[in-house]
Design a binder for this molecule. Sequence first.
Ligand SMILES: Cc1cc2nc3c(=O)[nH]c(=O)nc-3n(C[C@H](O)[C@H](O)[C@H](O)COP(=O)(O)OP(=O)(O)OC[C@H]3O[C@@H](n4cnc5c(N)ncnc54)[C@H](O)[C@@H]3O)c2cc1C
Length: 317
Amino acid sequence: MSIYVFVEQAGGKCRKASLEAVTAAKKLGAGEVCAILLGTGAQKAAQTAAAYGAGNCVTAEDTVFDSFMAESYAHAIAHLLPEDAVCVLLGNTAAGQELAPRLAEALGAGALIDCTAIDFVDGKFTVTRPLYAGKVFAREAVIAPKAVITLRPNSVAAEEAPAELAVTAGSVPAMDFHTIVRDIVQKAGTAVPLTEADIIVSGGRGMKNAANFKILEELADVLHAAVGASRAAVDAGWRDHGDQVGQTGKVVSPTVYIACGISGAIQHLAGMGSSKFIVAINNDPEANIFKVADYGIVGDLFEVVPALTEEMKKLAG
Ligand SMILES: Cc1cc2nc3c(=O)[nH]c(=O)nc-3n(C[C@H](O)[C@H](O)[C@H](O)COP(=O)(O)OP(=O)(O)OC[C@H]3O[C@@H](n4cnc5c(N)ncnc54)[C@H](O)[C@@H]3O)c2cc1C
């Protein structure tokens, strides 16, 4: 029995969320862990996948896979998967979320999306999944013979577990797709992807305007963190929608989430409630965010954040 992980890669570099999925697959102890990698650099990225425990890698180094397209990727993965693959694991990234249902349909598998833990119990893949904006956690098992599961980034720490690398170069039959990618416009200045960041510094309506986010960017720079935002800040046009954390934005699970001038509405908590440590900076001691915060600073963020940045610089120096 083998468990396959779809390892997202670009230019030979694996995504952190995929390596976490490899570690989660290893920890299941349910079978051999293998990887599927697509696009230019797949063979190089396979070395990293093997370093984390997925020794058997199936690659398709075709330039057609250099741009992500759910249709072509689902077609390729379904084609490259061997018959004995009982489970396909993906990171719950934007690509993973789009691929999982398509793959499940193609394989006749059961799909469980955005899981925070995976086990193999009594011969069934069993997961933990947050529901109702993180208010409850459900335990669910796949009863279909095959399972497609996406794992929320940062739920499992990626651990090196070197395995001997054996690469099978696969080929994928051409197919007509309904969509084609004509152009990719990369947004500047998003060095750390929000969903994979270990530390996130987020700002809300309390930031007052777009320019003030500079102080969060300065703190984020020192901490190698990503900058997020509440919907109020996004709706005001201060930040891109891609930065929004919450029910209608991104779901994040960093080690540290620093909420600045964010009240802690339930829809915001839905996106960051599973962060390991929550730090809240708010001048209202009654703000809801303090109910979920591990560390709270009651104060004016325009004084607290620059002071924090200075202290962090000293520590970093
Ligand atoms: C269907 C639906 C989906 C939604 N989805 C999302 C979502 O995905 N993400 C999301 O975030 N919201 C979402 N919302 C909106 C949500 O309900 C809240 O309106 C929003 O989160 C509020 O953003 P905020 O905390 O930045 O603003 P506010 O609630 O206005 O809070 C601002 C906070 O800043 C503090 N503050 C002000 N000045 C300072 C200062 N100088 N120093 C320190 N603190 C200061 C205030 O005390 C206050 O607590 C959704 C709502 C609905 C109905």
